[in-house]
Design a protein around this ligand. Structure first.
Ligand code: GAL
Ligand code: ZN
Length: 661
């Protein structure tokens, strides 16, 4: 486990640098991340490099014993570059060209910007790549933050190229997009523009491809920098990028593929405040949590999602240390927070935690954002927490040396997320909310699931949840078939198989390509408004017998079992949940959108059948087991008792306990 800090030496007079480096060291920090956003200071005019300050900063840090992580500065193109090439600036969905004066003001498809990005990256790599203290590189900063989809002239023509490559012929594109609807047939590639600014809502197939194209644009832009770095740095130096976990506009499976590992920026109080609307059901109270520590289920969900991107350990490239400046209340953070957050991150699979930031900034947008040290340089709560953490480092290392056991996989597919986002059909039907219900159900039973791409290695899991496979293709259908045939327990959720990957509805009875695999037909589906429920009876223990939000009437084939049946009009006698034996395994279809308690009952049913040990986790507690040890985290205001193997364990308020054996 490594600890680091984000440092902006250019924000402070050089007379502080040595003390900063020393104080970092005293708090157990050994990695310092620098040079992010410092383009204007590294190259004051085109081709006039000014490395002297960075040379001195690198030396000061290295002399104090730190390892250095360098960032390419491309999230902040300098004014001289923008004024020479204003077409680098992105164009937003409303067709407005955005201005210089903040950050992330560039289009990822601008060829001039590609050249300058390559040039500055190469120059940095040549200058610092062989420095013994440099351990790795972060490319840019948070691709897609503020906007991920640009609609400029470069993007328009690149989109046309992207489409030509994908479809080869216009006939094919017209056919696959269903352009026959509203006379949208194209007879020249040049006629196809970005979907924004249409009079009525555009064709969902067109939009989905634009979303994919926009995502691919970041992946390709990142690759330009990966290549420039790889050609100029030693093999042992890593390359990563720091993502915003809940952004959802870039396919993070694609983005992480060519990186050595993926990193994310974790701000627990901000995510709890803003993220709860995106993850909990609208009428639901969020999990019991402390306002100044965040919601461990939300923080944990994103750790898990990021770990799943490469099915591997990850880094926290920025971790909150105190108050932030971009949520609604920006709550103050009490002593102890950083210690608890760091433990949770490590327990969930983070290999390193890099804190944001060293000292609070006196200027720019982030004047109200805390750092480990105050504006005046004195220690803030986060710094003191690190001193406590120092005394626990060995215990932490011992705990994370045990393997992280994840018997359950939950599928995440970005194209499907986008398709549902543009046509939710029912208010609040959101892909990640649906996923989160099942994630929570696992956590309520003491299980840490993996959240993974459909292309991931599925054989690692005994139970595979596909809460929403709205878009389906033969490959996915075959993968899921194999998983169950080889002995796995697979569960598909509502709206599965509704469309093909072009966002066009299937010609087959639902669930389309999964029809045989599921062994049941979706005869009807109803979106249910608030307060409307269809009653059910179910043989699944403690499954609350009502369908709300979204209900599907299933007709099982002979040989397929009904685990829940509707008892009243309009779906009377139809199944709501089915189970079919398939090869050595089985396939369930859950035709209702479960609430958290129903999902828990369903998960318990699945896990018990697989002999996977479960626990009843009391509200407010979140646990992660590694090997035979358990990390139990209580971020609420009161102690919580966890009963395990008939022994009660008291987890103090705002604290954690390691439980043995
Ligand atoms: C992140 C960003 C940092 C800083 C931080 C403030 O999203 O990468 O540069 O702005 O937020 O919380
Ligand atoms: Zn553009």
């Amino acid at each position: 486990m490594k600890l680091g800090v984000c440092y902006y030496p250019e924000h402070w007079s050089e007379k502080h640098w040595e003390t900063d480096a020393k104080e970092m060291h005293e708090a157990g920090i050994d990695i310092v991340r620098i040079a992010e956003f410092a383009w204007a200071k590294m190259e004051k005019e085109e081709g006039i490099y000014t490395w002297d300050w960075l040379d001195r900063s690198v030396e000061t840090l290295a002399t104090a014993g730190h390892q250095i992580l360098l960032c390419t500065p491309t999230a902040a193109p300098p004014a001289w570059l923008i004024s020479a090439h204003p077409d680098i600036l992105p164009v937003d969905e409303k067709g407005r060209r955005r201005r210089f004066g903040s950050r992330r003001h560039y289009c990822p498809n601008n060829k001039t910007y590609h050249e300058h990005s390559k040039r500055i990256t190469k120059a940095m790599a040549e200058r610092y790549g062989n420095h013994p203290a440099v351990i790795g590189w972060q490319i840019d900063n948070e691709f897609g933050c503020y906007f991920a989809r640009c609609y400029c002239e470069s993007c328009t023509s690149e989109f046309q190229n992207w489409l030509q490559k994908k479809y080869t012929s216009l006939d094919e594109l017209n056919e696959r997009w269903g352009t026959i609807f509203w006379s949208q047939t194209y007879n020249d590639w040049g006629q196809i523009e970005p979907y924004n600014l249409t009079v009525a809502e555009p064709n969902p197939s067109h939009v989905l491809d634009y979303y994919r194209f926009a995502s691919d644009s970041w992946v390709a832009y990142q690759q330009i920098q990966i290549d420039a770095l790889r050609a100029n740095i030693p093999k042992k130096q890593f390359i990563t990028h720091n993502v915003i976990a809940d952004l959802n506009t870039i396919d993070y499976h694609d983005l992480s593929r060519n990186l050595d590992f993926i990193s994310w920026d974790s701000y627990p109080t901000g995510y709890a405040e803003m993220g709860s609307q995106n993850l909990y059901a609208p009428d639901e109270e969020s999990f019991a949590y402390a306002h100044d520590l965040g919601d461990p289920l939300i923080t944990g969900f994103f750790h898990t999602l990021i770990r799943g991107l490469k099915q591997a350990p990850f880094w926290i490239m920025e971790h909150q240390t105190g108050a932030i400046n971009w949520s609604e209340n920006n709550t103050g953070v009490r002593p102890g927070a950083l210690r608890l957050w760091t433990w949770q991150a490590a327990a969930t699979g983070a290999e390193a935690v890099v804190y944001f930031r060293w000292k609070a900034s006196r200027f720019g947008l982030e004047q109200h954002h805390d750092g480990l040290r105050h504006h005046h340089g004195g220690a803030n709560n986060g710094y003191n927490d690190l001193l406590t953490l120092k005394t626990e480092r060995q215990a932490l290392e011992d705990f994370i040396a045990h393997p992280l056991d994840t018997p359950v996989g939950i599928l995440l597919d970005y194209s499907t997320l986008w398709a549902l986002e543009m046509q939710p059909h029912r208010k609040d039907f959101a892909y990640l909310k649906h996923l989160f219900v099942f994630y929570r159900a696992c956590k309520m039973l003491g299980i840490e699931p993996d959240i993974i791409s459909p292309q991931a290695d599925l054989n690692r899991y005994k139970v595979l949840l596909a809460p929403n496979t709205f878009l389906a293709d033969e490959v996915l259908a075959q993968n899921l078939d194999n998983f169950a045939a080889q002995g796995g327990s697979l569960m598909l959720g509502v709206r599965s198989g509704f469309k093909d990957t072009n966002n066009v509805v299937t010609e087959e009875p639902l669930p389309g390509l999964f029809r045989e695999l599921v062994g049941a037909k979706v005869a009807q589906w109803h979106s249910l408004p608030p307060k409307i429920a269809y009653s059910l009876q179910s043989e699944i223990p403690v499954f609350y017998p009502e369908a709300t939000f979204w209900a599907e009437a299933l007709k099982p084939d002979t040989g397929t079992k009904s685990l829940a049946t509707y008892t009243a009009f309009p779906f009377e006698n139809s199944s709501a949940i089915t189970e079919k034996k398939h090869g050595d395994g089985k396939v369930l279809y859950c035709g209702v959108y479960p609430d958290a308690k129903q999902a828990k009952a369903l998960m318990r049913f699945l896990l018990v059948a697989e002999n996977i040990p479960i626990l009843d986790i009391p509200d407010g507690l979140t646990v992660i087991s590694r090997g035979k040890k358990l990390f139990a985290l209580n971020l609420t205001e009161s102690p919580i008792v966890l009963v395990r193997k008939s022994n009660p364990y008291r987890i103090p308020a705002r604290n954690f306990k390691l439980i043995e054996g």
